[in-house]
Design a protein around this ligand. Structure first.
Ligand code: T46
Length: 143
């Protein structure tokens, strides 16, 4: 499994850092939604689902957390701890987010509006779905 991480360009000067994210320039899709999670309780694991169509970029803009990715054949753990790094999460990818530091803010840029019918929340259903599905957006994307 290829882990696709984007390194964003900080516009730094003696006042500090600023990062700007533009669709199709820094982010490989039209950004239809932004959400973020914070105040995550100790030892909590979030996620436990995949999406049929949604593509996302996850940026831990403060603190740190870990993302477990699973494409049905292989699993990888990706630490997120830098505000200038974005993890691309394709459709057809099971994800779990865990090990949040108390100050973690995990921001997500999403290619679609919120749609509960896009979620696959049962792991056995996910394995069956990816076995029979060949439209994973990550295929062909470079690092
Ligand atoms: C994902 C990972 C990385 C909304 O009303 N609108 C939204 O856009 C979202 C994302 C959530 N919600 C509601 C639905 C639930 O009542 O917020 C509540 C928590 O959502 P959920 O349990 O799905 O959160 P996570 O952290 O398990 O997953 C979220 C995203 O849902 C998911 O798409 O990829 O973050």
């Amino acid at each position: 499994m290829q882990v696709i991480k984007y390194v964003f360009q900080p516009h730094g000067d003696d006042r500090g850092q600023l990062i700007a994210l533009e669709e199709f320039r820094d982010i490989p899709f039209r950004i239809k939604r932004v959400y973020y999670m914070y105040d995550t309780a100790k030892d909590v694991i979030r996620g436990f689902h995949a999406h049929r169509h949604l593509q996302q970029i996850l940026v831990c803009i403060h603190g740190s957390c870990k993302i477990r990715l699973d494409n049905g054949k292989e699993k990888k753990v990706v630490p997120l701890e830098k505000p200038y790094e974005g993890l691309y999460v394709s459709n057809n990818m099971w994800r779990e987010m865990y090990d949040f530091s108390p100050d973690a803010v995990l921001m997500v840029l999403a290619s679609e509006l919120y749609d509960e019918s896009d979620y696959i929340r049962n792991y056995e259903d996910f394995l069956e779905y990816v076995e029979n599905c060949d439209d994973t957006a990550a295929k062909g994307k470079g690092e």
